[in-house]
Write a protein that binds this ligand. Structure first.
Ligand SMILES: Cc1cc2nc3c(=O)[nH]c(=O)nc-3n(C[C@H](O)[C@H](O)[C@H](O)COP(=O)(O)OP(=O)(O)OC[C@H]3O[C@@H](n4cnc5c(N)ncnc54)[C@H](O)[C@@H]3O)c2cc1C
Length: 466
């Protein structure tokens, strides 16, 4: 009997789940690997089982879609066509040139010190995105969290980050965060969005192509009204106040050029600031494999193939675009992989509906992205004593000195001179800020062989390369 082709999917969010289910349904043996202890990714993040949540759907929308994914995963796990490795943190994907196979290296166990290697014929990278973090005076005070972090506390831990919250920044994520916090009992003192509503009419054609998304936005607006949440547009947070912890934030009006102008400012008392400035794709595994990027995401063709043979990518790793787009891309990738691994020609007519949804959603999110850019002048608000790299405690003043007085003209030199980006997160958090403060383009992650810190013992136990 010939063995069935094998696929490793990295990431069990909407894209990875859709890809795994589509491939498994077509006879591929799938290993689904994820760092989290449950499937769902960011969008369908589930409360820890020990919390015994009776109605987890109360914190979610599009619950039906999640039930279909979850039930499909359970069915395939029962038949053995999908193996789900939870709590496995992938640090590298290795491709053996010529052999066509891949080896996915992960860390497992409570201290993440147990090395695990999974071999397969192809890999689907569905590692999602992460929040763009921009510093401002006071952003390291206890009580200041990212918008997604506040939501993760609520969805995953069933806890509120505080009693009185301000939700601020830019982008669609602010809406579910503000309404979620309010519905769970927090007083949301304000939702502060920096985008300029005047930019919307210019993008109306692309936005109106997804009336369901506009209706979703209207639903959030109605919920904000119901909870009495004040919405402040074209304003940005310029300072978080407090000594031991957050007590208030100052938000200032932005002019048409995205700079704080004479429009005045507001002081809003609060104990929580949930702040988000959009998201960035996770591309480190893809870059290490040599995949080309397009903008900030991994470049893929119509079948979701990267330009490295045997490597597909889907969902927010290819560009930020929401859960529905991740589902469509994952489905297309899974079908393409199944066809290609079986040596059959891939037939795009079979996924025409998903491809149409993908086109419309990509246009929609490109338009939304253009409206929800961080304010042009945000870096000018960052005072010299503001921490930029939290891991290594490097201030904006030190970064500016490295670029100005010491003449560093790329992020690597800034890192060598200041240690910004040398800590645990390896610059994932501070790279956009360092780039904006110095005017240098961010360093591609591809220069790092490891997507996360790896114990020496795990490296020493690896077999000798062929
Ligand atoms: C914090 C946060 C909150 C969000 N909240 C909302 C919301 O309320 N409403 C909304 O419409 N959209 C929200 N989004 C966006 C939405 O979650 C995404 O559009 C959608 O989940 C994208 O699906 P995906 O499968 O591409 O990635 P994700 O859902 O992000 O899934 C990626 C998965 O890959 C895993 N992973 C990543 N790297 C590795 C690795 N090296 N090793 C092992 N596993 C790995 C992660 O654990 C994760 O489970 C949020 C995004 C974030 C980051």
């Amino acid at each position: 009997m010939t063995e069935r082709p094998r696929l490793v999917v990295v990431g069990a969010g909407p894209a990875g789940l859709a890809g795994a289910l589509a491939a498994a349904a077509r006879g591929i043996g799938v290993t689904l690997v994820d760092a989290a202890d449950q499937a769902g990714g960011q969008f369908y993040r589930q409360p820890a089982a020990a919390l015994g949540a009776r109605r987890p759907q109360a914190l979610h929308h599009q619950w039906r879609a999640w039930e279909r994914l979850r039930d499909g995963l359970d069915r395939h796990r029962a038949t053995g066509s999908i193996t789900h490795l939870t709590d496995h943190h992938v640090w590298c994907v290795e491709r053996k040139p010529g052999s066509g196979g891949v080896t996915v290296h992960a860390l497992h166990g409570p201290a993440q010190e147990e090395g695990v290697a999974v071999r397969a014929d192809a890999v689907l990278l569905a590692t999602g995105g992460y929040e763009r973090v921009l510093p401002f005076p006071g952003w390291t005070l206890p009580g200041v969290v990212t918008a997604g972090g506040a939501q993760a506390m609520l969805k995953g831990g069933l806890v509120l980050p505080g009693r009185t919250a301000v939700v601020a920044g830019t982008g669609p994520l602010l809406l579910p965060v503000a309404t979620g916090l309010a519905a769970a009992g927090a007083r949301v003192a304000a939702l502060v969005e920096s985008a300029d509503p005047a930019a919307v009419p210019r993008r109306m054609a692309a936005l109106a192509a997804r009336p369901d998304k506009l209706a979703e936005g209207a639903g959030y607006a109605a919920r904000l009204l119901r909870h009495g949440v004040r919405t402040v547009l074209r304003h940005t947070v310029v300072e978080a106040h407090g000594t031991e912890r957050l007590t208030a934030v100052t938000v200032a009006a932005l002019d048409r050029g995205g700079r704080t102008g004479p429009g005045g400012s507001l002081l809003i008392p609060c104990d929580t600031l949930a702040v988000g400035h959009g998201m960035l794709p996770h591309t480190d595994l893809a870059e290490t494999l040599g995949c080309t990027l397009s903008g900030t995401g991994v470049r893929v063709d119509d079948e979701q193939r990267t330009d490295v043979p045997g490597v597909w990518a889907a969902g927010e790793t290819t560009g930020i675009g929401g859960a529905a787009l991740a589902l469509a891309e994952g489905h297309i990738a899974g079908r393409s992989i199944a066809a290609r691994l079986r040596g059959a020609p891939a037939d795009p007519r079979r996924w025409a509906a998903a491809a149409r949804a993908r086109t419309r959603l990509r246009h929609f999110y490109a338009a939304l992205d253009a409206v929800c850019e961080p304010p042009a002048g945000w870096a000018e608000q960052v005072t010299d004593d503001t921490l930029v790299c939290r891991c290594e405690e490097v201030t904006a003043g030190e970064v500016r000195t490295a670029a100005g007085t010491l003449g560093a003209c790329d992020p690597r030199s800034v890192k060598l001179l200041t240690r910004a980006g040398m800590g645990w997160c390896q610059g994932r958090m501070c790279a956009p800020a360092v780039a904006a403060l110095t005017g240098c383009p961010p360093l591609p992650a591809g220069r790092r062989p490891f997507a996360r810190p790896v114990p020496l013992g795990v490296l020493a136990a690896l077999p000798e390369p062929d």
